[in-house]
Ligand binder design. Structure first.
Ligand code: CAA
Length: 283
């Protein structure tokens, strides 16, 4: 039996301490680190020697932290980042090398990655260095991608004799259009941060040294707004990817009308008229 340990799971750690002493459990190596700054959880992929290759264990630890963030009413946004060299260089090729069709099909391999795209709180990918294959796909599952000027994006799976498996062909086509998605996926070419910004993959490019400051200040700004209003916006924009326009507009109107049930909506409008800063209670 393996047990996950992250910085934020000390209560859990205490509970299993005695079992560990008896040798009944083993500690899994921490492949991600989390830090809470105000209302923001920063999740850092920490597998530098392997360019943050996304092993199943790493994804499981990532999901564990995301679940904690989702459940914690004190968290209003998450930033996901890697290190200077790599956000993530894709799924772990060493781990995949000997897998068979029977196994990956039976276990629905890669399905667990989708948890990030199902989070209801906003997520920001702060990308420095390589975001390739599954790394690019993981970034695209976030709501906003902020890129350092050193960032490189690509779907090089074709060079390995396979194809993107965590949404690359789909999300790139939605974000960049068919022609650019075809070019990137069929050639495996990497694109730099400036090109990624021009074609709408990233929200903004910033100098590498300022990446985390910018990501944190963006996340803090979002996390300080009314969480239910933020979540309604996220839900409406995500729905736009799957709904025809007239249906999407109707969906948005219903969410807008629902926001009139929020105390925060009342507070925000009163604060504007009283020329003061609103004090949102996330209700
Ligand atoms: N999986 C496992 N290990 C990886 C890896 C990956 N995706 N990417 C890098 N590594 C490992 C390397 O094997 C190497 O390990 P060793 O030191 O043990 O040899 C270490 O990370 C450093 O890598 P390099 O020596 O290759 O570093 P580099 O600076 O020369 O090149 C790179 C960096 C361009 C990112 C290069 O490592 C590379 O091309 N990586 C593979 C990228 C890729 O093809 N990604 C797609 C994976 S498939 C996928 O993601 C499917 C999907 O859709 C889910």
């Amino acid at each position: 039996m393996y047990v996950l340990y992250t910085e934020n799971s000390s209560a859990f750690f205490k509970k299993i301490f005695y079992a560990y002493k008896k040798g009944e459990v083993k500690m899994a190596e921490p492949l991600i680190h989390t830090k809470i700054i105000g209302r923001v959880m920063v999740i850092t992929l920490s597998r530098s020697p392997a360019m943050n290759a996304l092993s199943q264990e790493l994804i499981s630890q990532l999901n564990h932290s995301l679940r904690q963030a989702e459940a914690d009413s004190e968290i209003g946004a998450m930033v996901i980042t890697g290190d200077e060299k790599a956000f993530a260089a894709g799924a772990d090729i060493k781990e995949m090398k000997d897998l068979t069709f029977q196994k990956v099909f039976a276990e629905d391999f890669i399905e667990t990655w989708e948890y990030l795209s199902k989070c209801r709180k906003p997520t920001i990918a702060a990308v420095s260095g390589y975001a390739l294959g599954g790394g690019c796909e993981l970034a695209m599952m976030c709501d906003i991608i902020l890129a350092a000027d050193t960032a490189q994006f690509g779907q090089p799976e074709i060079t390995l004799g396979t194809i993107p498996g965590a949404g690359g062909t789909q999300r790139l086509t939605h974000l960049l259009g068919k022609v650019k998605a075809m070019e990137l996926c069929l050639t495996g070419r990497l694109m730099d941060a400036q090109e990624a910004e021009r074609c709408g993959l990233v929200a903004r490019v910033v100098p590498e040294k300022k990446l985390m400051d910018e990501a944190l200040s963006m996340a803090k700004k979002i996390a300080d707004f009314s969480l239910p209003a933020v979540q309604m916006i996220k839900e409406a924009i995500c729905a736009a990817e799957n709904m025809p326009l007239t249906q999407g507009i109707r969906f948005e109107r219903h969410l807008f009308q629902a926001s009139f049930a929020l105390e925060d909506r009342k507070e925000g409008m009163n604060a504007f008229l009283e020329k003061r800063k609103p004090s949102f209670k996330n209700k």
